[in-house]
Design a protein around this ligand. Structure first.
Ligand SMILES: O=c1[nH]c(=O)c2[nH]c(=O)[nH]c2[nH]1
Length: 335
């Protein structure tokens, strides 16, 4: 413990929001990737804080340029590992690099050509706010020739909603409880998913510029590992499929089903973490204007619900032209 009243316990710095867009041309057939990258480094940099010594600082502007310069951009995991490996190899006083990549969703526009629709060769649309995420730590603290890579990947901001097939009952009821039990509710959430892989040994760049090294991916895909490029799409499918099909007893129970399926399906995945914040759509009680929209349909069976649609059933009475699809649960206030 330092005798000073205050001291520097830890230091990490770098550049956030480095925007990278690359176009790959296979003849006239173009591919685009867009990343928001965060590059942070740790090492023998304390004196830049404690003694205003900039001689140990690789300028964040240079970190940005190195990010632009890095290859292997089509696979975010490879790109991030390459960037991190280069940083800790080139700069002897930097011992760790932390790279975060957020990949935006550019999907190909479909256009009509005669009687068919076709994917356009070089035009794309932003397919929602969802991002694919990759986080990489390249750790050289055990030696520059004993680099360790720690990789996690996932999804952020995947917004979903289901209009039935979700309940929440039997939770703690006490003096703090105002929430009513419901056997049928709207379930909406913004999915954040993260899965981690076991640490991997990384090759040491041998040449002067510290750029000549192959991240161990060259031979095939190695199903289930970091290099299995089908994992992002498969984990997304599991997330959406279980969200849609599960008769949800709670967010917690549905989330656990998603996570266990991902661990079960991918031997290389060590841990899975989800955050599913409930986006509430609370029914507005319409009885003050003469509409009973909250009494369950008399024929309701546990979800998936069936509705009688009968005029004498208060839940179905106001369904009007949508007979069989009662007003129950609508309108809602969203917040
Ligand atoms: O599925 C849910 N889990 C909760 O823990 C919770 N808490 C709450 O208010 N609503 C819900 N819904």
């Amino acid at each position: 413990m330092s005798s000073e009243v205050s001291y520097l316990s830890h230091a990490r710095y770098g550049k956030d929001k480095v925007r990278v867009l690359r176009v790959f041309r296979e003849g006239n057939w173009h591919h685009v990737v867009e990343y928001n990258v965060t590059v942070l480094v740790e090492g023998d940099i304390e004196t830049s804080y404690t003694k205003a010594d900039n001689s140990v600082v690789v300028a964040t502007d240079s970190l940005k340029n190195i990010t632009y310069f890095s290859p292997h951009i089509l696979i975010a995991e490879r790109f991030a590992l390459h960037l991190g490996t280069h940083l800790v190899s080139k700069y002897s006083h930097l011992h760790k690099a932390f790279i975060t990549v957020e990949q935006l969703r550019w999907s190909r526009i479909r256009v009509e050509t005669g009687s068919e629709t076709k994917e356009h060769s070089h035009s794309f649309f932003r397919d929602g706010d969802e991002k694919r995420t990759v986080k990489v730590e390249v750790d050289a603290s055990g030696g520059k020739d004993k680099l360790v890579g720690r990789v996690s990947a996932g999804i952020n901001d995947l917004l979903v909603l289901k209009s039935t097939g979700s309940a929440f009952t039997n939770f703690v009821r006490d003096e703090y409880t105002t929430l009513v039990e419901v056997d049928d509710r709207i379930f909406s959430t913004s999915v954040d998913l993260s899965y981690t892989f076991a640490p991997i040994d990384l090759p040491t760049p041998k040449n002067e510029d510290k750029l000549d090294f192959a991240i161990p991916v060259a031979e095939g895909q190695e199903a289930g590992t970091i290099w299995d490029t089908s994992i992002p799409e498969k984990t997304r499918k599991v997330t959406l499929g279980i969200f849609a099909e599960d008769d949800s007893a709670s967010v917690q129970a549905t989330l656990y089903k998603m996570a266990t399926k991902i661990v079960h399906d991918h031997a290389g995945v060590a841990t899975v973490s989800y955050a599913l914040p409930n986006k509430h759509y609370i029914p507005v009680d319409m009885k003050y204007i003469g509409v009973d929209n909250l009494t369950p349909c008399v024929s309701i069976i546990s979800p998936p619900s069936t509705f009688c649609g009968a005029m004498e059933c208060s839940a179905c009475l106001y369904a009007g032209p949508l007979k069989g699809y009662p007003l129950r649960g609508y309108p809602t206030s969203a917040f």
